[in-house]
Design a protein around this ligand. Sequence first.
Ligand SMILES: Cc1ncc(COP(=O)(O)O)c(C=O)c1O
Length: 388
Amino acid sequence: MPNPTKLQPESIAAQALGWIDEKTRAITPPIHVSSTYLRDPDNQYRSGRVYARADNPAFDQAEALIATLENGAQAALFASGMAAATAVFQALAPGDHVLAPKVMYWSLRNWLMNFATHWGLKVELIDMENPAAVQAALQPGKTKLVWVETPANPLWSITDIAATAKLSHDSGALLAVDSTVASPVLTRPIEHGADIVMHAGTKYLNGHSDLIAGVLVTARDDDFWKRVKSVRAQVGGTLGSFEAWLLLRGMRTLYLRVRCASQSAQRIAEHFEKHSLVEGVLYPGLPGASGHAVAARQMTGGFGGMLSLRVKAGKVSGEAAAIATAAHVKLWKRATSLGGTESLIEHRASVEGAGTPVPPDLLRLSVGIEDAGDLVADLEQALQQAHR
Ligand SMILES: Cc1ncc(COP(=O)(O)O)c(C=O)c1O
C-alpha cells in the first residue's frame, strides 16, 4: 500500500493498512492461535514473543490499523472495553487522585466507585462539560489522570477535549478519553491533546454485535504506556485470536457504517425534537444541545449514531410510556449495547438500576444502518401505541 499517512482514512480502513500475508500472499490474514512461542537453542526468543497472554501476532494488524486511524503511536487490544478502561486506572498507584464524569458509562462508574476506590484510588466525579469544574477539581501533583467520555452515555453530553487536555497537562495529569461513541471517524482525541484513547471495540469498531473487545491507543510509547501493557500481560485481560481477526474485519467498513448511522441519527433527532409525544431529544447534533458548539468543532462529519428520547407522560407516567414505547417497536431491537448494524432501543434506567442519574422517561437509541425512514416510522407507531 502507498504511504498510509498520505491516504484518506477510508482507504486505510477498507484495506486494513493494505497488509497481506507474505507467506501465502493471502489478502486477509490467517488466525494465529498459538498460546506459546519457541525458544531458540541459545535460550533466546528471536520472534520477540514468549506467551500469548502478553502478546499475540493475531493482534498486530488490528493494533496497527487503529493506531493509524487515531493518529497515535501504538495500540493494544483487550478482552473487553472494561478490561481496556480498567487497565488505565490499574497503571496508576493507590493514593492517586483521578477525575471522571458524573454521568458516564455506568459500569465503569460503578467499578471506579467500588473496586478502584477500595484499591486506593481517590476518585472524584465532576461535571466534565464544564472546564471551570475541571479546573477547580484538579489537584496539582496529586491528580494523575482525568477520564473523559465524549459524547457521554446516555445524555450524550460533550467534553471539550482540547480545553480539558490543557488544564490536565498544566496540572501534571494525563488525559484519557473514552471515544467509543465517536469512533475515529468523528473524533481523534490525540489530535486534540489526549494522551490515551479508549474504545469498547465491541461497539462501532467491530460493528456487528458479535464480539466483546477493548482497545487503548497511546499518543506516546512512554513509561505510563509500558505500565498499561504490563497490566494486560499480568492481569490477563487479553483478547482471543478469533476476536482480534473479527475486529479487523469489522474495521474495514467502519467509515461506511458510522457515517450512515450518524446521518440517520441526525434525521431521527430532528424528526422527534418537537414531537407532541416527546419531552425532549438528547443529541449533540441538534443546535439547541448544550454541547453542540464544542461538538461542531471537535467532531468531523457527523455527531454519531447515539441519541436519547425522553417520552412524554400521557395517561401513564413518562417512565411507563417509555417502557411501553420500547415494547411496541417492531424493527428496532430491544437490547442493550450500541454500534451494531441493527438499531437498538432500551429503557436505560432499568438497565442501570438504583442510584442511576438517568431520567426515568429516557429511551437510549443506537441507530444502525437500516433505512432511516423505516426507523422513524417504527418509532412513530410505537409512540402512538404507547399513548393510546
Ligand atoms: C462508552 C462505553 N465505554 C465502555 C464500555 C465497556 O465495553 P465492554 O462492554 O466491551 O466491556 C461500553 C459498553 O457498553 C460503553 O458504551
